[in-house]
Design a protein around this ligand. Structure first.
Ligand code: DQA
Length: 153
C-alpha cells in the first residue's frame, strides 16, 4: 500500500465559461472536435485515479460562475477554470478568484499567446495560481495533474 492510498479525497471544482458547451462544433480548427462531455469523462476518470472528486459547471453567464465559486468557497480544495471569453474581460471573476482560499488553475485549449493581440491578455490569469494552455483537450488533464500534485504537497 502506498502513501497515496491513505490520502483524503480532494474536492475540485471544474468551471467552463461561455460557448464551451459547443466544443466539438465550435471552430474545430482551433478547439478540436472533442466535446465537453468527452473532456469531462476523461477528467472524471483521471480524477478517480488521482483521488479527486470533480464537480463540473459550464455556464454562458458570468454571474453563475461567480455564484458557484462563492457557494463552494469552503467546501472544495481547488478549481480548474476555463473562463473562455471572460478571460479577457472579467474583473469580477478576477476579484472572485483572488478571494477564494484555494488555488485556481486557469485552463485554455488554445495557446492564447499565439492568437489575436487582444486575446493574449488574461485578466483572470492575474489571480490564478498557474495556467495550462495550448494542449487542446489535454490542457485540462495536465492542469488536473498539476493541481492535485500541488494540493498533495
Ligand atoms: C479559450 C480561449 C478564449 O480566448 C476563447 O474566448 C474561448 C476558449 C480556450 O480554451 O482556448 O472561448 O478559453
Amino acid at each position: 500500500m502506498t502513501t497515496s492510498d491513505h490520502a483524503a479525497t480532494l474536492k475540485i471544482l471544474v468551471l467552463h465559461g461561455p460557448n464551451l458547451n459547443l466544443l466539438g462544433r465550435r471552430e474545430p480548427h482551433i478547439y478540436g472536435t472533442t466535446t465537453l462531455a468527452q473532456i469531462e469523462d476523461r477528467l472524471r476518470e483521471l480524477g478517480a485515479e488521482l483521488g479527486a472528486e470533480l464537480e463540473f459547471l459550464q455556464s454562458n453567464h458570468e454571474g453563475e460562475l461567480l455564484d458557484r465559486l462563492h457557494a463552494r468557497m469552503d467546501t472544495v480544495q481547488g478549481c480548474l477554470l476555463n473562463p473562455a471569453a471572460l478571460t479577457h474581460t472579467s474583473v469580477a471573476l478576477l476579484d472572485c478568484i483572488k478571494t477564494m482560499p484555494f488555488p485556481v488553475v486557469e485552463v485554455h485549449l488554445s495557446n492564447i499567446h499565439a492568437r489575436e493581440p487582444w486575446r493574449q491578455r488574461s485578466i483572470t490569469g492575474e489571480g490564478a495560481k498557474a495556467a495550462v494552455m495550448g494542449f487542446g483537450w489535454r490542457s485540462y488533464l495536465v492542469a488536473l495533474r498539476g493541481l492535485v500534485a500541488l494540493l498533495r504537497e
